[in-house]
Ligand binder design. Sequence first.
Ligand SMILES: *Cc1c(COP(=O)(O)O)cnc(C)c1O
Length: 400
Amino acid sequence: MTHDLTNPKNWKPATKLVRGGTVRSNFGETSEALFLNSGFCYDSAETAESRFNGEAPGYVYSRYVNPNLAMLEERLALLEGAERACVMASGMAAVNAAILCNVKPGDHVVAGRVLFGSCFYIITEILPRLGVEITLVDARNNDEWERAITKKTTHVFVESPANPTLELTDIEFVGKLCKANNAFFIVDNIFATPLVQKPFELGADCVVYSTTKHMDGQGRTLGGAVLASEEFITETLLPFHRHTGPAMSPFTAWVVLKGLETFELRMKQHCKNAQKVAEFLEGHSNIAEVLYPGLPSHPQYDLACKQMDIQGFGASNMIAFKTKGGKRAAFDLLNNMKIIDISNNLGDAKSLITHPASTTHSNINADERQKLGITDDVLRFSVGLEDADDLIADLQQALA
Ligand SMILES: *Cc1c(COP(=O)(O)O)cnc(C)c1O
């Protein structure tokens, strides 16, 4: 079958990742040029006026958008199959803007209760201060979602898989509840990435990313993105974004554009390595439990197969596991690593392992962490691109 190759929407993901959104200057450079300018000049006062009132297209100020940001936004929107993207200075700037751009006192926000520490802070500390009512649910339990989402619900926020314990939400189920109750459904798809999971096809209204993670892929920059309908981005998000200033640096956008060119290749290998490592950990006598949606033993394996591309791609590179012997055993394992680094970042070519309870989730009090299953024996492992056999050997010697 022939298809129209002049329309980038018809390209396969790998082609979108290499070429989507690229705009060349009049020099005809092969790779994307880097535009390190804060402002733009106009050939007349009338041009300036018409750009500011929106009658003429063109750039105005890099707090709004610049050519590097525009290229990245177009590439991400194409990959996701979204109408529009807006990139920001960090993943948290993106999560924050996606929620705060349209909450008001009296709103009701429902969220999965296992969240990255900073997402947890926005939902449980900032929103109540603004007069927003919040309800946290066990995201694995559809009955809890059904009870929590009602006609008064305005927003629903989930991470699936959730950071750090990789609990899954049935995104399609929650999407239907949101539709029926007219709630705005935001999915943090950072752990799965757009290559492994497509939240819009499952009913999401908005998808958020930290480009810091797998999209940069080499741990060099901080960035984030919000994807949604043209209407939501232009009418609701952009006014908030433009006037509050969480703009991404053009340099970051340029680095992430480069990162995306190899995103599909890298993710395939990340997932392959993670699967091998998870299978090794599952069989080890010093490991109490492995939490990886790509293992048939995972309690939500069927859901993972339904909503993530487990067969074609894999279940991401993120693994959580519990050591036998509590915090001491977990710390000993970290301290014994010869190759794998102790770091709270993730999605990097370098394998990174962290103890969430004392780092990324230490802002959640100990009782609450216990309830959420973020216990002192949990480690979160971002499997990198080294040879999987070296990673397994490192774990093996550290566990011995
Ligand atoms: C890292 C992360 C974020 C925040 O992204 P930053 O780029 O670090 O601000 C948000 N949600 C999840 C699930 C993350 O892992």
